[in-house]
Design a protein around this ligand. Structure first.
Ligand SMILES: [Zn+2]
Length: 249
């Protein structure tokens, strides 16, 4: 959630001081450029695979084979700004942080206006593709429901003066327990009620989609240049954030 005025009172922050947040499984190998994608719905508009190995446009069906494993994830000796927290639910701005099911991260843009689409595209390309996530971006998706098969669906709308620029909810099923609870379908929402410039849109996109892969707010005063803070001047993830992502996916 991004709510500067009430930044430290929202439910998603409750778990952020949990010392168990650093309990990331480093005993397994990391899958890089992961597994089978399955079949996209026929109604999907345009699919772009943003991974470095497949930088071209692909329509309809995408199958990504396992390219390899590396021996050991590296545990970041960092502050506790990673790990799931919160209660699933689609109502209001009830929100939190969850892990996504696997390294192949399918993102659906559900009718975004151009200004947020550009911000989302920028952060996916600049911040998330260089991680061990394999990012698959689906443009102009008409709707996003439990059967859509997307890990993350991104919406924008005028949600009114609710005090929140953007937020993240788990709209699907969850597996496991905090701080490693997985959400099978996250929704990120951007609120068009509040005017934002292009850089702010990118910061918001970086921040909210970060919650859908396990990044929390760095409330301990570290990692201050990350977009996961409430600071409009931070456009991107830091190496700290990427280390958490890479240790998990
Ligand atoms: Zn947030």
């Amino acid at each position: 959630m991004w709510s500067p005025a009430a930044a430290r009172t929202w439910p998603e922050l409750i778990g952020s001081t949990d010392p168990s947040a650093e309990m990331i499984d480093t005993t397994r190998g990391r899958v890089i450029r992961s597994a089978s994608m399955g079949v996209f719905p026929a109604s999907v508009g345009t699919t772009e695979v943003l991974g470095s190995h497949l930088g071209h446009w692909i329509r309809s069906l995408v199958v990504v084979v396992v390219l390899g494993l590396i021996a050991q994830g590296v545990r970041p000796a960092l502050g506790a700004n990673f790990g799931s927290a919160g209660t699933p639910g689609t109502g209001g701005t009830t929100n939190g942080v969850w892990l996504t099911p696997n390294a192949t991260w399918t993102v659906a843009e559900v009718g975004l206006v151009a200004r947020f689409e550009a911000g989302l595209d920028a952060t996916l390309t600049v911040d998330y593709v260089p991680t061990d996530l394999f990012v698959v971006e689906n443009w102009n998706v008409p709707s996003c429901t439990g059967s859509s098969g997307y890990d993350l669906c991104v919406f924008d709308n005028n949600y009114g003066d609710n005090g929140v620029y953007g937020w993240n909810v788990c709209a699907g099923f969850v597996n496991g327990t905090h701080p490693t609870q997985v959400c099978t379908m996250d929704w990120v929402r951007f609120n068009l009620f509040f005017p934002t410039n292009n850089n702010q849109k990118r910061t918001l996109a970086c921040h909210e989609v970060g919650h859908s892969v396990g990044l929390r707010h760095p409330d301990d005063g570290t990692n201050t240049t990350s977009c996961m803070n409430y600071d409009w001047s931070n456009l991107s993830l830091t190496g700290h954030d990427k280390s958490h992502i890479n240790a998990t996916y």
